[in-house]
Design a protein around this ligand. Structure first.
Ligand code: AHR
Length: 509
């Protein structure tokens, strides 16, 4: 028996559109090849960025894009990425494959990308992660002056010399990344002090401009110290949560997996709920009014790289399993609408749970891309209280929780077969997202709409014959959304028939 109750008159909290954010790091083929091919490439591009990739991403209403890392951020010196290309020094990407990069995609290029990804109805806000691990306070302060100073100043003059008259709009600013690990191996008290020092000089130089400053969080103990010492100086606390189902050196194949691996993936993805609850509880101690937001600026699946690819490039394929993780995660995120201000999937192109994969001039949209596209109706909508009653759905063999990996303890909360969330948009339309996590069983779901009614319903579905179905360069449309009409209106709501491993979004009026 599967039952979903929507309390359609109990919505208060807005689902920030920024939880549908993205992350593009100088890692593997994400920036170089995936997004940036350079203005002289034969691949059609606009000022160096691929037209096909930009057009596809624009269709997602990308609310923000985080850059340049990740671990890369704390090795990046922004002045290497400005000015004429021939004068930019190259650098070694020490974290990701030891490759040498030419710094052609720098500040001007990234901010141009955000412009290209914006459309009349949607601004893609840049979210820049500054360098704490190997940088200086002066370097970070000057970067902000370079980007945001409208009047005259040494950095604004330098920007103009490099071809940009006006400052750029800038909202999100990260003070380091994973400074407990790749960003300097710091201890919490030390980082908390450094954060306070850096944040003091992180200013928005444009009149009326305000930065949303993000401090680097981690696990409970670290977050407690940081919140205690620095909550007053931050707007957001960054935490990361990856869906990893094996030990670091054996995370499993992205495409060839067992039923139990499928189930564990769902359990692990669902456990982000617990992680967000725990983090919010710690924040409540020092920020009882809930001013500081959780910024989940890295999340998604992390499997073994595709055979034969560079292990430092984190290139993985993407199947219906990833699509269900995306749908299930957003259903959880919507429940945390109050504290969760920002979330960024890792990563946009060719890395981890990507939206898009590229090979030379070819491009393919992943099943995850389609979930982001279907769910975009929830951006800035009001979350509606949604209760789910559904059988437990867990792996036969439960792993014992083991020490933290990828920044989070390995939790294995149990999942229900059905995951759901609902919201009402500004025009009054209700949207209900349903995921049937079951690898092989269909499910009938009774949707009870309280405090509201349904007279017209339409929908779309993402599913495929096999749980491991995917899109390839040869078959790019094997998995794509289609119209969904397997529902019946009833007096109190509707009955929906969900195929196995499917994601459905209904529009209800
Ligand atoms: O997304 C890949 C890496 O994962 C990021 O660079 C880092 O922040 C995290 O550990």
């Amino acid at each position: 028996m599967n039952r979903v109750v929507i309390n359609a008159d109990l919505g208060q909290q807005k689902i920030s559109r920024h939880i549908y954010g993205h992350f593009a790091e100088h890692l593997g083929r994400c920036i170089y090849e995936g997004l940036w091919v350079g203005p002289n490439s034969e691949i059609p591009n606009t000022r160096g960025f691929r037209n096909d990739v930009v057009a596809a991403l624009k269709n997602l209403n990308m609310p923000n894009l985080r850059w340049p890392g990740g671990c890369f951020a704390d090795t990046y010196h922004w002045t290497d990425g400005i000015g004429p290309y021939e004068k930019r020094p190259s650098m070694v990407n020490i974290h990701w494959g030891g490759t040498t990069e030419n710094n052609h995609c720098g500040t001007h290029e990234f901010l141009d990308l955000c412009d290209q990804l914006s459309s009349p109805g949607n601004v893609c806000e840049p979210y820049i992660a500054g360098n704490v691990g190997s940088g200086t306070v002066k370097e970070m302060a000057e970067w902000l002056e370079y980007i945001t100073m409208g009047g005259q100043s040494p950095m604004a003059d330098l920007r103009r010399k490099n071809g940009r008259q006006d400052p750029w709009p800038l909202k999100f600013w990260g003070v380091g990344n994973e400074n407990w690990g790749c960003g300097g191996n710091m201890r919490p008290q030390y980082y908390a002090d450094l954060y306070r020092q850096y944040a003091t000089y992180c200013r928005h130089f444009s009149q009326g401009g305000k930065l949303y400053k993000v401090a680097c969080g981690f696990l409970d103990e670290w977050n407690d110290v940081l919140m205690r010492e620095a909550a007053n100086y931050m707007d957001g606390l960054s935490v990361h949560y990856y869906t990893v189902i094996g030990p670091w050196d054996k995370k499993g194949s992205a495409t060839d997996f067992s039923v139990d691996e499928w189930k564990l993936t769902m359990q692990r993805a669902q456990s982000v709920d617990n992680f967000l609850h725990r983090t919010a509880k710690i924040m409540d101690r020092y920020d009882p009014t809930g001013r500081v937001g959780i910024v989940l600026d890295e999340w998604g699946t992390w499997f073994d790289v595709e055979p034969g690819t560079n292990p430092g490039f984190l290139y993985q394929q993407n199947t219906m399993r990833d699509a269900l993780v995306a749908g299930l995660s957003f259903n959880v995120f919507h429940r945390h609408a109050k504290r969760l201000h920002v979330a960024n999937i890792a990563q946009t192109v060719n890395v981890l749970q990507a939206m898009i994969l590229t090979e030379g001039s070819k491009m393919v949209l992943t099943p995850t891309y389609h979930v982001f596209e279907m769910y975009k109706v929830h951006q800035d909508a009001t979350a509606l209280d949604t209760q789910v009653e559904s059988p437990e759905y867990v792996a036969a063999v439960q792993p014992t929780p083991n020490p933290a990996q990828a920044g989070v303890p390995m939790a294995w909360d149990s999942t229900q077969q059905i995951s759901a969330s609902a919201s009402r948009d500004a025009s009054g339309k209700m949207h209900l997202s349903l995921c049937n996590l079951h690898h092989e069983d269909a499910a009938e779901v009774n949707v009870d709409i309280r405090g509201g009614s349904a007279s017209t319903v339409s929908g779309r579905i993402l599913t495929a014959g096999a749980m491991s179905a995917l899109n390839t360069f040869e078959k790019p449309e094997a998995v794509k959304p289609t119209t969904f009409d397997a529902f019946k209106l009833s007096k109190t709501g509707l009955t929906v028939s969900l195929p196995a491993h499917s994601v459905v979004v209904l529009e209800i009026q």
